[in-house]
Design a protein around this ligand. Structure first.
Ligand SMILES: C[S@@+](CC[C@H](N)C(=O)[O-])C[C@H]1O[C@@H](n2cnc3c(N)ncnc32)[C@H](O)[C@@H]1O
Length: 442
């Protein structure tokens, strides 16, 4: 446990040079500025981290290319494009990719006003929606009248291209409105607002918010923020969001594009089930990604790094004594999980092994995409598995080092907003510090 007097206090702005091993306590009220606050996303990092990295490595430069290979809701990408750089984001999660796209795409404001005026009128006039979520238990998640009101909004949003033209500019506006719609869903449902998991609590009974007025006020906020954003972004800058895995064929996916700086926060070992977290949103917009039903969602979960979801047959023959990573301390820990945890040790050992294999594949790939001297900033927290602590940041450093990187600095910061950062019952391990690894391609 780190004592409060050991923290280095920082207000809003992180200095370029930080002494190795320092732990920062960052005081900020400013994490939802610009388009950052458009949508909640589990394990978002604070914009201050990518801002610090961009300032340190690309200051006074313009139109460079920044990559975030686990971009989530696009925090890095927003910071990059705001200061005049091209950005590329990759993520396996389709909702995160749409959020990241919307947060980094300038729109035509007069078209947006036209479409949103029409939408607002339609919402006020329409009595019934035609859109139906493919979920038999939908009334467990939402009040009856809310289901109809959400259906009205989604039905109207679906009609936009037919009504205003099926072109890129209108598609961008339609995507913005989809994300605006998605951003209210958890709040208008019975599901607990703060939990990492989507469930209806019977001890903390929730009164869901009224969807139409909430959507209209959210729409005002989106319009105001995207207008400012669109006015500030240089039209020539590009944002590319690739919905795919960062563990294979990265060079092909990037089409040989030169990367000047990479910044990311990868998944944690068995930390977050992103799909489970977004379940109520996916009932309403999952059809756009082919994951509107629970069976389809369960299939998708298997693709994430750090996932706990796979078929038993995948690990029946695995033992950590025969199949190793090749880092002694790490292999010893995985073997301890296997031996000590009588109930789940076999599965947990495999989850942990698979996590590091996935991350190694990623390092091997990204190593091919960065030129010598380029930096890769990675933010990651340590975890515990079956009550055995794993210094994930140090193990990832060793893996990076055997894939063409050297570590040039490691410092940490105290996590403030515990929103959806943790497994509530602690089994995923309490992560108090996020470590910032500054890796350089050699
Ligand atoms: C810690 S989150 C990133 C959050 C992001 N920094 C933000 O501010 O929103 C990690 C991300 O890794 C993604 N991910 C998991 N497995 C992946 C894979 N194989 N390839 C690409 N992305 C993956 C998850 O979907 C999740 O969005």
């Amino acid at each position: 446990m780190i004592k409060s007097q050991d923290y280095l206090i920082v207000k809003e702005f992180i200095p370029d040079e930080i002494e190795q091993g320092s732990i920062l306590n960052i005081f900020t009220n400013n994490v939802t500025a610009h388009t950052h606050g458009f949508h909640k996303y589990p394990a978002k990092f604070i914009p201050h981290i990518p801002k610090w990295a961009i300032n340190k490595y690309l200051s006074r430069q313009k139109s460079k290319t920044i990559l975030d290979p686990f971009c989530g809701s696009g925090t890095t990408l927003v910071e990059g494009i705001l200061v005049g750089h091209n950005v590329i984001g990759i993520d396996i999660d389709p909702l995160s990719c749409l959020i990241a796209k919307v947060k980094t795409t300038a729109v035509n404001i007069s078209e947006l006003n036209k479409v949103s005026d029409w939408l607002v009128k339609g919402i006020k006039k329409k009595k019934r929606g035609e859109f139906k979520p493919e979920c038999e238990t939908i009334e467990h998640w939402f009040p009856k009248e809310t289901i109809n009101k959400l259906s009205i909004i989604r039905t109207l949003i679906n009609q936009i291209p037919e009504r205003f033209g099926d072109n890129k500019s209108i598609k961008d506006i339609q995507h913005l409105l989809i994300i605006c719609f998605s951003s209210i869903i958890r709040r208008v449902s019975y599901a607990d607002n703060e939990s990492q998991k989507t469930y209806v609590s019977h001890t903390h009974i929730k009164a869901p918010e009224e969807p139409l007025s909430l959507f209209l006020s959210q729409l005002d906020l989106f319009k105001e923020r995207i207008t400012k954003f669109s006015e500030n972004i240089k039209p020539k800058l590009r944002n590319r969001i690739i919905c795919s895995s960062s563990t294979d064929s990265l060079k092909v996916k990037l089409k040989g594009q030169n990367i000047d700086l990479a910044i990311t926060s990868p998944p944690y070992i068995k930390a977050i089930d992103y799909i489970y977290n977004q379940m109520v949103e996916l009932f309403w917009i999952g059809d756009l990604f082919g994951i509107q039903t629970q069976p389809k969602q369960n299939e998708k979960k298997k693709e994430y790094i750090g996932t706990k979801h796979f078929y038993k047959k995948e690990f029946v023959e695995y033992t950590p004594f025969e199949t190793i990573i090749g880092i002694k301390k790490l292999d010893d820990k995985i073997q301890r999980v296997f031996k000590i945890d009588k109930k789940n040790g076999h599965k947990h050992a495999y989850i942990t092994f698979k996590y590091f294999v996935g991350m190694e594949n990623h390092f091997a790939e990204i190593s091919k995409c960065l030129d010598k001297g380029r930096h890769y900033i990675m933010v990651v927290g340590d975890s515990s598995v079956s009550n055995i602590p794993f210094n994930t940041a140090d193990f990832l450093t060793e893996i990076a080092e055997r894939n063409g990187f050297k570590i040039t600095n490691k410092w940490g910061y105290k996590i403030k907003n515990r929103y959806m950062r943790f497994d509530r019952n602690g089994r995923g391990g309490i992560i108090e510090i996020d470590w910032v690894l500054d890796l350089e391609k050699i």
